[in-house]
Design a protein around this ligand. Structure first.
Ligand SMILES: *Cc1c(COP(=O)(O)O)cnc(C)c1O
Length: 366
């Protein structure tokens, strides 16, 4: 048995998502690129590669990892490239998407031999959370001035529009795409490709995949463009858990089980968005599951079990693939969870693909 804590990627579940992506690509004609900022565990890339067209990035390192480890079509995006990064970035990229007209002005000549694009900000989004809302007031994420965008046309062949956030509502997606079609019609007609970014939850249970495919195909045909999608969360939703063990149980009016992990260090996104972890909820024995750092609010959430917990018991925290392994950190010097894959080979073979040690902690600082 692999010692806890470890992230456990379930290859069979991952493949279910991949098959939905492949079906959407086939029905819609859209291309799909894995957004590495959500999930960059490259040990799982061989499982994913056959179902995706490539990867997209938000920095030089993600871009390089995508080129080296994912392959296929590699899109480069960054909120701002530096002078020291740009040549290397262009050497890895099939397309480079500039966040602003000033970055395009600065670097378009260097990138003239590959496809260039701009980020278009439609000034609306589906994000209900200010922190992650690209359409928030004074947003720095993309351009919207039509006159300036039109003037940039000779230097770009496409745009990236990322405005969805875990959007499960196809009707809302449809309405917002219609709004984009209407507001940016004359501009879109002159492009070769449009990426609609990530945040469309089309691998979720019950999502009308066929309707989405038809809508994307209609969009592509109306404007004569190649559509791209950049699924992050949709690629890996439900495809991993965080396996932890109980280290101590404290009764402070509430039964608190302290586990060998930390929400702050290992599932930081939940803390930032003030969500609780997906914990077991069957049985009559209630516990608060808490992390082992000294942060008072290092709490995964409330759980229920069929029997009382004991020190050494294992707890599985669901939906731990997206924005977890890419965000884990060394807070409190708590060791990082290992990474393992349960193979879809019928035997449930669990393969340990990465372990972290004191040397990794030490070498992350100096
Ligand atoms: C974050 C992001 C994605 C992936 O978003 P998900 O919600 O994980 O699908 C894709 N494209 C861009 C530009 C992003 O910023």
């Amino acid at each position: 048995m692999i010692p806890t804590p470890f992230y456990l990627i379930d290859e069979a579940r991952l493949l279910q998502n991949m098959q939905k992506i492949a079906r959407l690509r086939e029905l819609s004609g859209a291309k799909a690129l894995l957004a590495l900022k959500c999930f960059a565990t490259w040990g799982a890339f061989p499982t994913m590669q056959p179902y995706l067209d490539g990867s997209t990035s938000s920095s030089l390192f993600e871009l390089r990892l995508g080129r080296e480890k994912f392959g296929g079509e590699t899109h480069a995006y960054s909120v701002a490239w530096s002078d020291t990064e740009i040549d290397e970035a262009i050497s890895y990229a099939d397309k480079i998407i500039f966040n602003s007209l000033s970055q395009l002005d600065r670097f378009a000549d260097k990138a003239a031999h590959i496809d260039c694009g701009l980020r278009l900000n439609p000034r609306f989004s589906t994000s209900g959370f200010d922190l992650a809302d690209p359409a928030r007031p004074f947003s720095r994420l993309g351009e919207w001035d039509m006159t300036k965008l039109m003037a940039a046309l000779p230097r770009i062949s496409g745009v990236m529009i990322h405005y969805n956030c875990e959007n499960r509502d196809f009707d809302l997606f449809d309405q917002q795409l219609t709004r984009i079609e209407t507001e940016f019609r004359d501009f879109l007609r002159q492009l070769k490709w449009v990426s609609l970014g990530g945040g469309i939850h089309f691998t979720g249970e019950g999502y009308p995949l066929e309707a989405l495919a038809a809508r994307l195909r209609a969009f592509a045909e109306r404007f004569g463009i190649q559509v791209y999608l950049e699924p992050g969360e949709a690629s890996i939703t439900g495809a991993a858990s965080l396996e932890v063990s109980v280290l101590d149980i404290i009764d402070n009016g509430k039964q608190v089980a302290i586990v060998d992990s930390s929400i702050e260090a290992h599932m930081l996104d939940l803390l930032i968005y003030r969500e609780t972890a997906k914990l077991p909820q069957t049985g009559d024995h209630a516990y608060q599951i808490a992390g082992k750092t000294c942060l008072a609010g290092d709490i995964f959430g409330d759980a229920k079990f069929p029997a009382p917990l004991a020190v050494g018991d294992r707890v599985s925290i669901a939906d731990a693939a997206g924005y977890t392994m890419v965000k884990k950190n060394w807070f409190n010097g708590v060791n990082m969870p290992a990474i393992a894959i349960r193979r879809a080979d019928g035997n449930g073979t669990i393969e340990l693909i990465r372990e972290f040690t004191y040397e990794d902690y030490r070498s992350s600082l100096s």
